[in-house]
Design a protein around this ligand. Structure first.
Ligand code: ATP
Length: 214
């Protein structure tokens, strides 16, 4: 756990801001069991669910912006970065980086952001105790981890998806942006959209960025 990050990063080396004393910035090292190994693509959902459910218990309507962010009222309050460590063909461990904007001071200046952001303090109207939030996220993580192989897990993840039934645009590096409404999740956690022709489209993990189509 870090009190400050001077070179925090998101996906593809995008910068993640953690000014001193204002946020939670921590990494969890998950050593998957044999049973969990076929479900590693769900780990980002496990982390997002642990954060979103913790924020919901604080009375906040937190939602998951697939694949790796947690939002409150459409604003980003948490970013998650998953990296796997391989030994040959086998995954040795998964490093789960989680950043949560706890105090107002954690929110980066507007012009440097590609997506609107907020903090728990802004959303709650008072500054929560950082370590209590950390404790609750860890407790939720341990609890939800036990269900990672179940169908219930995907259902819970789907129920917390932001923009369900709404039109979004998904940008990838490889192809033109996909536009569709969010319908759900595949077994592996990939995102399901329905396009304007009523066709079902699956968006896989990777370099994808999801935006509401305002
Ligand atoms: P996006 O959130 O724009 O859809 P992404 O999910 O790929 O993209 P991440 O890799 O999760 O983004 O995070 C990096 C981005 O998050 C940065 O480009 C910056 O715009 C934004 N960011 C950086 N620090 C914070 C912070 N403390 N709170 C909210 N957003 C931040």
């Amino acid at each position: 756990i870090a009190d400050e990050q001077t070179a925090g990063r998101g996906r593809l080396d995008r910068k993640w801001f953690t000014p001193k004393g204002t946020a939670l910035a921590f990494s969890l090292v998950l050593r998957p069991t044999k049973e969990e190994k076929p479900f590693l693509s769900r780990v980002v959902g496990l982390a997002a669910l642990a954060v979103a459910e913790t924020l919901q218990k604080l009375g906040l309507a937190a939602q998951i912006k697939w694949p790796n962010d947690v939002l409150i009222a459409g604003r980003k309050v948490c970013g998650i970065l998953i990296e796997s460590v391989w030994s040959g063909e086998d995954v040795d461990c998964v490093v789960i980086g989680i950043g949560v904007n706890v105090l107002q001071g954690a929110v980066p200046p507007g012009e440097s952001l590609l997506f609107p952001s907020t903090s728990l303090q802004d959303a709650l109207g008072y500054p929560p105790e950082r370590l209590e939030v950390l404790h609750d996220i860890l407790a939720a993580f341990i609890d939800i981890r036990q269900q990672i192989t179940s169908d219930e897990f995907i259902k819970d993840w789907k129920n917390l998806l932001a923009f369900r039934g709404e039109l979004v645009q998904v940008e990838t590096n490889a192809a033109p942006a996909i536009v569709g409404s969010v319908t759900g999740l595949e077994f592996d956690g990939s995102l399901q959209l329905r396009n304007e022709h009523g066709e079902s489209i699956t968006v896989r993990f990777g370099d994808v960025r999801l935006r509401p189509l305002a």
